[in-house]
Design a binder for this molecule. Structure first.
Ligand SMILES: CC(C)(COP(=O)(O)OP(=O)(O)OC[C@H]1O[C@@H](n2cnc3c(N)ncnc32)[C@H](O)[C@@H]1OP(=O)(O)O)[C@@H](O)C(=O)NCCC(=O)NCCS
Length: 314
């Protein structure tokens, strides 16, 4: 019979090597994250059995914030081993109590998974175990998202000529446009926000989130206008802490269904490509079919998905 697990934070950056012993796509980012204050050792926990890491978890936060914004690492050494699964579950409860405490809003959990995770038996089983353990602590799957990447050399279709693009006059104009696209959005986060917020508040929330994540200037942002000069949509290309990104893009409700999103996406892509980036990242909900179709038509690769879980009741 194995000893009871020990739950503790890593002891300092010197113990990072041990934390990296379990494989995950975010591992290569962790050393920089720690150095730059996006992670803290007190937010990085392990479950040890006889000195082996059988489970681990870590939160991410904006540099300078006292509390983490997201739980984005939760791994089990052997998901088929019930001892490891129990240790993982108890780790989640213990670490959350220490890191989050009684904070009313518990940060969500994001798990990156292969695009074919449902078809691939091994990843399906693994992901189901993680979802199940988080579920035992009160979480539920909130949305599954498609993660896309444009890669250097992928052709970008020339403009159709139907739209003009200009920089936004100021933040207020972007906020006005974001407020206007909120109604009828297929985006699960927006739909959830609208249960407790006005469209303006939801837009403001999203806007401040975007600003916090984009470390580049907003010179790349564009408003799309039609031949009458009316705004039909916008795109916010930029850089987050890790990648060039298309932060957000949308078409105003009265202009939807005209295929404008293709021009808007291509324009955002071209702006970053002309600046020499070798890839660009973006994401959309699995259910946002028109947006996913636009990425695919633009030659973007669906390289990964994410399962987003929340502890907030429906
Ligand atoms: C997703 C979005 C950008 C699509 O823009 P678009 O220019 O209307 O896209 P398309 O013209 O290619 O639309 C394709 C089809 O989807 C339908 N569609 C587009 N948006 C829709 C919506 N919000 N709800 C229901 N159907 C929608 C269109 O009517 C069209 O149907 P049709 O082919 O039968 O005419 C736009 O709906 C939007 O701005 N949504 C809110 C913001 C958002 O989700 N942005 C993406 C964040 S990643």
């Amino acid at each position: 019979m194995s000893a009871s697990p020990l739950f503790r934070t890593i002891e300092g950056p010197t113990e990072l090597e041990r934390f990296l012993g379990l494989p995950y796509s975010l591992n290569p980012e962790l050393a920089d994250d720690l150095r730059l204050g996006r992670r803290r050792t007190e937010w990085m926990w392990v479950a040890l059995i006889e000195d082996s890491v059988v489970a681990r978890m870590a939160w991410w936060g904006n540099p300078g914030d006292n509390k983490p914004a997201l739980l984005d690492i939760f791994d089990i050494a052997d998901p088929t081993d019930p001892v490891h699964r129990l240790a993982a579950r108890n780790l989640m409860e213990t670490a959350t109590r220490q890191v989050i405490g009684s904070r009313a809003e518990r940060p969500g959990y994001i798990r990156y998974v292969p695009p074919d995770w449902r078809e691939n038996q091994a990843s399906h089983r693994h992901v189901e175990v993680l979802i199940d353990i988080a579920g035992q602590t009160g979480a539920r799957v909130f949305v599954e998202r498609l993660r896309f990447e444009w890669r250097k050399g992928t052709p970008i279709a020339p403009p159709s000529g139907r739209l003009e693009f200009r920089q936004p006059h100021d933040d207020d104009e972007v906020l006005d446009l974001m407020t206007a696209v909120v109604p009828g959005s297929l985006d699960a986060h927006t739909v959830l926000d609208l249960k407790t917020m006005t469209p303006r508040e939801a837009a403001h929330d999203h806007f401040s989130g975007e600003l916090a994540q984009q470390i580049s200037s907003r010179d790349n942002w564009r408003v799309a206008t039609d031949h009458t000069g009316a705004s039909v949509g916008f795109v916010t290309p930029g850089h987050n802490h890790y990648h060039p990104v298309i932060g957000y893009l949308a078409v105003l409700p009265e202009h939807r269904g005209n295929g404008y999103i293709h021009d808007i996406l291509n324009t955002g892509t071209r702006i970053l490509a002309d600046q020499g980036v070798d890839h660009i990242r973006a994401a959309t909900d699995l259910t946002n079919l028109p947006m996913a179709a636009a990425f695919e038509r633009g030659g973007w690769i669906n390289f990964e998905r994410s399962i987003n879980m929340t502890w907030t009741p429906p």
